[in-house]
Design a protein around this ligand. Structure first.
Ligand code: UDP
Length: 469
């Protein structure tokens, strides 16, 4: 029997980061049974119910090591979500090191694969003589932005105010559609922010690893992927292995699925802002009225309002969100809509044949899930890199509509109703559905025996052939 290849994976807290890297681990073992994977799972306080439920269903063929949770009290007040996650990893480094030490005393470690937000753990790869990989759970365009950041930074630094908004032209990353400054992540728009300097450093580190594994696929982002691979600025090995998404178990009695069973094919707009995205009270009112005005069927996963869009990511919900809907809304829309409290089995919902559109906050996992099911979207980005994801969907792939946001940052009910009607029953929507169907087929091929499966095999060979020298 061939000698086992040992790989250690470091995930990070937050459903949208935790799930894809663990699903990637499953793929690796499924395709290459002589791989032995150990997943190290750090957490911040006790994980929310969504993550807990996922963690309860982990497969037995992978070893999981849960680290003692880091407490929020150990972190500085007021840090944003991504930074909180990174700090959790920093606090967990001694525990991660200890596990690597124990493991390496027993077996030869082939590789350390860490989520991009767990990047600090990668410093141990050298000590344990293992190959080092980043797992990037977002698009090739966002990766391109990060890798080009030092160069962009130089260009911006000579402008009058030294801010990205000074740039006269949209940013043109090789192989990608142009991006407006307003669509960049806030952490990059704010060049004087403390976190910006960290991103610059990370960008330099990323090209020094043995590879970047990325959850996208060639047919979806061919321009960006090719340009990254062929760039003369660096020599990175890029492994696009996506779309890797959670499977989710089917619960026949689930209220959402039973309700969908009763709706006509392709008639329902699914509305969700990810595992923790939240809207303000004002925006919840406008969205409710817009859905009503559109006259279309909908399923809306609602979370209690907050003025911070990432409020619900690392915390369990406390309030009943339905009390925040406009008065009489539930009664008036009961024939057409279902409002779900905080969580729906999204993968199953998107695969249901009654669902014809997805109004999404454009988290990368949601996008890939929608692509896999061939469901066109309405983009409603909230924070992080979500606006860039919206640009890919609307401007590059042309499989989504992007509603206009007014000067106060609100999408108004009239705009919402128009965009929904356009997607669900308009000519433009028809074209998007057609293009989405093609993309769905490409995704299925990439995973069956096409580009992503081949890439995974190449990665596996690199790991197997590593002799530690
Ligand atoms: N999700 C779900 N039910 C919900 C909301 C989200 O199953 O009600 C899952 C969704 O299927 C996806 C993940 O949570 O796998 C959200 O990841 P994404 O990257 O889209 O957004 P994030 O939550 O990280 O902002």
């Amino acid at each position: 029997m061939a000698k086992a290849t040992h790989i250690v994976i470091v995930s990070c807290p937050g459903f949208g980061h935790l799930v894809p890297i663990i699903e990637f681990s499953k793929q690796l073992v499924k395709h290459h049974p002589n791989f032995h994977v150990t997943c190290i799972i750090p957490s911040l306080d006790s994980p929310p119910e969504s993550s807990e439920a996922y963690l309860r269903s982990l497969p037995s063929f992978i070893d999981f090591v849960f680290l003692p949770p880091v407490s929020k009290e150990q972190l500085p007040q007021g840090t944003f979500l991504g930074h909180q996650i990174e700090l959790t990893i920093s606090h967990s480094l001694p525990a991660i090191h200890e596990i690597l030490k124990t493991l390496s005393a027993k077996v030869t470690l082939s590789a350390l694969v860490v989520d991009i937000l767990a990047f600090r753990a990668l410093e141990f790869a050298k000590e344990f003589n293992a190959l080092s990989y980043f797992y990037f759970p977002s698009s090739a365009m966002v990766l391109s932005l990060l890798l080009h950041l030092p160069k962009l930074d130089e260009e911006v630094s000579v402008s009058v105010s030294g801010e990205f908004k000074e740039l006269k032209e949209p940013i043109k990353l090789p192989g990608c559609v142009p991006i407006l400054e307003v669509d960049l992540p806030e952490t990059i728009r704010n060049r004087s922010g403390e976190y910006y300097q960290d991103l610059l450093k990370r960008s330099e580190q990323m090209v020094l690893t043995d590879g970047i594994i990325i959850n996208t696929f060639l047919e979806m982002e061919s321009g960006a992927i090719r340009a990254l691979e062929e760039s003369e600025n660096w020599k990175i090995r890029l492994y696009p292995v996506g779309p890797i998404t959670q499977k989710g178990s089917i619960d026949e009695s689930d209220e959402c699925l039973r309700w969908l069973d009763k709706q006509p094919p392709c008639s329902v707009l699914y509305v969700s802002f990810g595992s923790g995205g939240t809207l303000s009270q004002h925006q919840i009112n406008e969205l409710a009225l817009g859905l009503e005005l559109s006259g279309q069927r909908f399923m809306w996963v609602l979370k209690a309002p907050s003025n911070s869009a990432s409020a619900a990511y690392l915390e369990a919900a406390k309030e009943d969100p339905l009390q925040f809907l406009p008065s009489g809304f539930l009664e008036r829309t009961k024939e057409k809509g279902l409002v779900v409290d905080s969580w729906a089995p999204q993968v199953q919902v998107l695969s249901h044949n009654s669902v014809g559109g997805f109004l999404s906050h454009c988290g990368w996992n949601s996008i890939l899930e929608s692509v896999k099911e061939g469901v066109p979207l309405i983009t409603w980005p909230l924070f992080a890199e979500q606006k860039m994801n919206a640009v890919i969907l609307a401007d590059e792939l042309k499989v989504a509509l992007r509603p206009k946001v007014n000067d106060n940052g609100i999408v108004e009910k009239g705009e919402i109703a128009n965009v929904i009607k356009c997607l669900m029953e308009g000519e433009q929507g028809k074209g998007m559905r057609e293009r989405m169907k093609n993309l769905k087929n490409s995704a299925a091929n990439a995973l069956k025996d096409g580009s992503s499966t081949k890439t995974l095999s190449q990665l596996a060979s690199q790991l197997e052939n590593w002799s530690g020298n």
